[in-house]
Design a protein around this ligand. Structure first.
Ligand SMILES: C[S@@+](CC[C@H](N)C(=O)[O-])C[C@H]1O[C@@H](n2cnc3c(N)ncnc32)[C@H](O)[C@@H]1O
Length: 237
């Protein structure tokens, strides 16, 4: 993929354009599995009383909402750099009556507006592959998490199962852009999605990249035949 495809301004505009249909397309294109993946990721956060969590690239706030459901005394800050996505996220949070527990604000993954060691855990779901300098983004998440806290990254990964690889490739390069464009009415976005998914590093390579940012005890869990993976890293004490 051409590096300029991940130009932050382009990514920002693309997500703001597809925002109105984003949730619907997520459920449809993943056949509803995406909610289970997010639940699994949220389950990797540390169990701490009155925890303060950060969900980066929160988009329409699905992960932030899942966190408060799972951890009844926790508070979450959700940040994203697409105002279009955040607007929808704010509506969902308000509708759920959770404005006192979920703060939604604008921020870039690569320059988080928080002090070092602020959060008990940081999550990012389907966001990191869109970040041009993804190691910088992970380093930022590591910076704002407290020592002993965790960074949890849910992302698509290159599929390893050789029987499933071909039909999966067909699905994401042909079916997915077709349905995506039809429903969103936006051409480019659902062409970018397959290439960003296929070109993202495999789970071992990604694990190494996370370790290079300084996080420790990095492990990963493959989900649904390796379509997605959750990587978890811990900040040293
Ligand atoms: C595929 S959506 C995922 C949204 C949400 N986490 C979810 O699970 O549905 C990717 C999100 O990442 C955001 N994003 C991409 N690069 C970003 C960056 N550098 N800083 C902040 N947000 C970013 C986009 O605006 C978009 O909302």
């Amino acid at each position: 993929m051409d590096k300029s495809a991940k130009d932050p301004a382009k990514i920002q505009t693309m997500f703001s354009k597809i925002a109105p249909r984003y949730d619907l397309l997520n459920r449809l294109l993943s056949l509803g599995i995406d909610s289970h993946w997010r639940k699994f990721a949220v389950g990797q956060l540390p169990k701490v009383n009155n925890a303060r969590f950060l969900d980066v690239a929160t988009g329409t706030c699905d992960v932030a909402l899942e966190i408060v459901k799972r951890y009844p005394d926790a508070k979450v800050t959700g940040v994203d750099f697409s105002e279009g996505m955040l607007e929808l996220g704010r509506v969902k949070v308000k509708r759920a009556g959770l404005e006192d527990r979920i703060e939604v604000r604008f921020a870039d993954v690569t320059a988080l507006p928080f002090e070092d060691n602020t959060f008990d855990g940081v999550t990012i779901a389907f966001g990191i592959r869109n970040v041009q300098d993804f190691k910088k983004g992970i380093a930022e998440m590591g910076r704002v998490v407290k020592p002993g806290g965790r960074v949890v990254i849910l992302e698509f990964t290159s599929i390893q199962n050789r029987f499933f690889r071909r039909p999966y490739r067909f699905y994401i390069t042909k079916v997915l852009p077709f349905i995506g464009e039809m429903i969103s009415g936006k051409k480019g976005a659902y062409k970018y999605l397959p290439s960003s998914m296929l070109e993202f590093p495999g789970p071992d390579e990604f694990k190494k990249a996370i370790e290079e940012t300084g996080l420790q005890d990095v492990r990963y869990y493959k989900l649904t035949l390796g379509v997605a993976a959750v990587h978890v890293g811990t900040k040293g004490e």
